[in-house]
Design a protein around this ligand. Structure first.
Ligand code: SF4
Ligand code: SF4
Length: 460
């Protein structure tokens, strides 16, 4: 039973009446079969895509680096299985939809790590720089959804002071239970991962934030802390988006910062529970990020579960493990609030795939004009005016939307959830941002070609 009253929280947000976590919360982490063919996209994270360093016909070993980070905000990618590179082709990205270079690996018979990996390390002997480099080498990215390269978060820029690390165990999206299972089944490793992060950042205070509907995970994590009073496990109100960085920091420390700023402005670094586990694996055992727990759940599957899944596994494999129902008609990567609906089940998992939601009876509807009820304004945790944003975005009045801080919207979907007129507010906002991005890219290209023209004329 969830605890209520007196819990740490933030302003705004929404409370879904049912969170549907019961479908998969008691399903233990189960290894999915190794994919016969792994489809490894070269854009797995926020930031620059990685550059392939293998070619068709190359033999690769599990954990071998196959694509290199191409910028500071980028991450290496490793072979999820041993085998042969069948081809490098284009596949649609499950988040952006863009056709993305993909390394296709046909699995061989063995599942052995590449030389030099899977070796125990003496963490006490490592310096902060050693830890940063190991996390970078292992291609760890944030596993809470955004997939931001983790080594970047472990490298605060000069002049910024971090005094607090927070682990996000809120898992506030309905349906998803991956982080809950991590806390129930791997609490010791998660706490060790947190200590590695603290050591790297030279921070002595840390918190683990857990929503009050996961009391057993709260107790379990506390029991693994022993006498360590520098790490506190905090119970949080059950409210979406409790796990978003701004809300988590506000709930736990009371510190606030602007939507456009990073947690560093509040002296905090936030990592997800599953990221802490991946950091532990990377540093303690020299294991690159090649697998991930994926919650496959929703009323569209017979057998929801939490499957330990190699990156690049076809979605169809996971759907057959969970037994998709015949009348399922909606597939979402992620949770229902921030997840991305998929056109088909022909895709594959990437590092940031923590959940696959399968639903029945998904409806479409006509939305109506805004009636100025103000519900979306009360719900917006960032203090924006989603009503006006939706009106401006619908009219493609980007100037107006920018004046209402379009770019500060974190796309949490609380406004859409509450809208009396069933307006797809967050979708209108996303479309506007996308169109604006394209417009800017076109303008930049135009300016660049004008610049090149001028140079050519001057040279003549
Ligand atoms: S989607 Fe954007 S506008 Fe809507 S509630 Fe979230 S942050 Fe506010
Ligand atoms: S909730 Fe919907 S109808 Fe109400 S103010 Fe917001 S956009 Fe308008």
């Amino acid at each position: 039973m969830a605890v209520t009253g007196g819990l740490k929280s933030f302003g705004g947000g929404i409370h879904p009446p049912i969170d549907w976590k019961s479908l998969s919360k008691d399903k233990e982490i189960t290894p999915a079969p190794l994919p016969e063919t792994a489809y490894v996209l070269t854009a797995q994270n926020i930031g620059a895509p990685s550059k392939p360093i293998v070619a068709k016909g190359d033999e690769v070993k599990k954990g071998q680096k196959i694509a290199e980070a191409s910028a500071f905000i980028s991450a290496h990618i490793h072979a999820p299985v041993s085998g042969v590179v069948k081809e490098i082709t284009f596949r649609p990205h499950p988040v952006t939809g863009a056709r993305t270079p993909t390394i296709v690996i046909k699995r061989g018979n063995d599942d052995e790590w590449a030389p030099g990996l899977n070796e125990e390390t003496d963490v006490d002997a490592l310096t902060p720089d050693d830890i940063r480099n190991m996390v970078k080498e292992a291609g760890v990215v944030g596993l809470g959804g955004a997939a931001f390269p983790s080594h970047v978060k472990l490298t605060p820029p000069p002049g910024k002071t971090v005094d607090t690390v927070i682990l996000n165990g809120a898992e506030c999206e309905p349906y998803l239970t991956r982080d809950y299972r991590q806390m129930m089944e791997r609490p010791g490793e998660v706490i060790k991962g947190l200590r590695i992060i603290m050591k790297c950042l030279g921070v002595s205070d840390a918190y683990v934030g857990i929503e009050a509907n996961k009391m057993d995970a709260y107790e379990k994590m506390k029991s693994f802390l022993g006498d360590d009073s520098n790490i506190k496990v905090e119970l949080l109100e059950v409210k979406y988006p409790q796990g978003a960085e701004h809300q988590l920091i506000k709930s736990i420390t009371g510190r606030e910062f602007k939507p456009s700023q990073l947690p560093l402005e509040a002296g905090c670094v936030v990592h997800n529970i599953s990221t802490a586990y991946a950091i532990y694996e990377a540093v303690k055992w020299k294991r690159p990020l090649i697998e991930q727990i994926v919650s496959v759940t929703g009323d569209g599957v017979e057998n929801p579960g939490n499957f330990l899944t190699r990156i690049g596994t076809p979605v169809e494999t996971l759907l057959s493990l969970a037994t998709m129902k015949e009348d399922a008609n909606k597939l979402i990567f992620g949770g229902p609030m921030m997840g991305i609906a998929q056109q088909s089940a022909a895709g594959n998992t990437i590092k940031g795939t923590g959940g696959i939601l399968v639903m029945r009876g998904a409806e479409t509807w006509e939305f109506r004009a805004c009636i100025r009820c103000g519900k979306c304004i009360d719900a917006c945790p960032y203090g924006l005016n989603p009503s006006y944003l939706s009106i401006f975005c619908e009219a493609e009045n980007f100037q107006g939307a920018m004046e209402y801080n379009l770019m500060e919207c974190k796309e949490c979907g609380c406004c859409t959830y509450t809208c009396t007129s069933r307006r797809p507010i967050v979708h209108l906002i996303k479309m506007a941002k996308y169109d604006l991005g394209r417009e800017r890219a076109r303008e930049q290209a135009k300016q660049k070609s004008k610049g090149a023209e001028k140079q050519t004329v001057a040279a003549k």
